[in-house]
Ligand binder design. Structure first.
Ligand code: GLA
Length: 355
């Protein structure tokens, strides 16, 4: 029996799925109109729906307690429900009538570690609605609506990377995305390499407030420089007039954009990895979104022979690290790094590939 059936006693009328993502390079560049390089992960979120005979929406997410009931005039207090609520309201605003629905959510995307469980939930919800109501939404529009749901209903002033990745990326090639034009193309990973993601075990407690603050700092830096966004700054030489803190924030964005462009032209895994290492240093020193634990985990990864490069991934402030490894060495690297991280008193966990 499906999860939906065991909660609601009938089969769903539509099902939508979407994956999480891990970002290989291009962190905190998307809300500056810059470049990103995410790849989808194997873990997915599945949303199932059926028209309800009741007058309210009923939402049941596995692992999130009981069923939440709401209507579209007032947001439910439960945080996880606000992502689904936001998608429903935004679709209604586009002029599509939405009948009361029974909604079931199940997911194996790790939550709160920087692998975009929220984007996966938003995109899966919109895909399911598209199927149920026969709406002509393309995958880019789905990503745009999903981003608005996150900003307007979940309170994170995010860029569009996660939702574009969840809607358009696949698990075998990275997605090079220009977040300003939304131009994109798939990029092969360096031959013989594979992606390893390890959770640092440190919760991202300050992520939402710190994230919104970083975004505001970038906007202030762009305003002072007289450009529409930091994407328009070609070189760090143009930053000299900025106050120190804003200069460092902007320097991260400008150098990170350049690293993504260089990475897709790299011919070796070593060169790609070196750019990941530089990205981590920039996120740690200039952007200040790392933590001592993330720094330790990244240093352990970088010290391994089978690792080409490693960095924190996602918004930072805790969460996971990504490494580009020799595919054949991956499992051994993971085991050794977890042992050393444990010896330092921390509890890490391999998230990608799923164990
Ligand atoms: C979060 C946001 C993205 C992006 C990253 C940082 O995942 O949702 O839009 O800004 O942080 O690169």
């Amino acid at each position: 029996m499906s999860g939906f059936e065991s909660v609601f006693g009938a089969l769903p009328q539509a099902v939508g799925e979407a994956p999480g993502r891990v970002n290989l390079l291009g962190e905190h560049t998307d809300y500056n109109g810059g470049f990103v390089l995410p790849i989808a992960i194997a873990q997915r979120t599945r949303v199932s729906m059926r028209r309800s005979s009741g007058r309210q929406f009923a939402l049941h997410a596995e692992g999130q307690g009981g069923t939440v009931r709401f209507d579209l005039d007032s947001p439910p207090p439960e945080h996880f429900a606000s992502y689904v609520f936001g998608c429903l309201v935004l679709v209604r605003e586009r002029g599509t009538d939405i009948p009361p629905l029974d909604i079931h959510v199940e997911s194996d995307v790790p939550m709160g570690v920087g692998l975009s469980s929220s984007a996966a939930l938003e995109v899966a919800t919109l895909r399911c609605l598209r199927q149920l109501l026969g709406m002509p939404l393309d995958d880019v529009l789905i990503a745009q609506l999903a981003q608005r749901a996150e900003i307007e209903y979940a309170g994170v002033n995010c860029g569009i990377m996660d939702q574009m990745a969840s809607s358009l990326a696949d698990t075998t090639r990275a997605l090079l995305l220009d977040t300003r034009s939304l131009e994109r193309r798939f990029v092969e990973l360096p031959p013989g390499s594979a992606v390893l993601v390890i959770d640092s075990g440190i919760a991202r407690s300050l992520a939402a407030s710190g994230y919104n603050q970083r975004r505001a700092e970038c906007e202030e830096a762009a305003r002072l420089l007289g450009v529409a966004s930091l994407r328009d700054v070609a070189s760090i030489d143009e930053l000299s007039s900025l106050p120190d803190l804003l200069k460092r924030r902007a320097r991260h964005v400008v150098t990170e954009n350049a690293r993504v462009v260089q990475a897709v032209a790299c011919t070796t895994a070593q060169a790609f990895g070196a750019l990941m290492n530089d990205s981590h240093a920039s996120l740690r020193d200039d952007y200040e979104v790392s933590t001592p634990e993330l720094d330790r985990l990244v240093a352990l990864l970088q010290a391994e022979d089978g690792v080409h490069g490693a960095r924190l991934t996602g918004a930072g402030f805790g969460g996971a690290c990504v490494a580009l490894c020799e595919a054949q060495a991956l499992q051994q690297v993971a085991a050794r790094v977890l042992d050393q991280y444990a010896a330092a008193g921390q509890n890490g966990k391999v998230l990608v590939p799923p164990q």
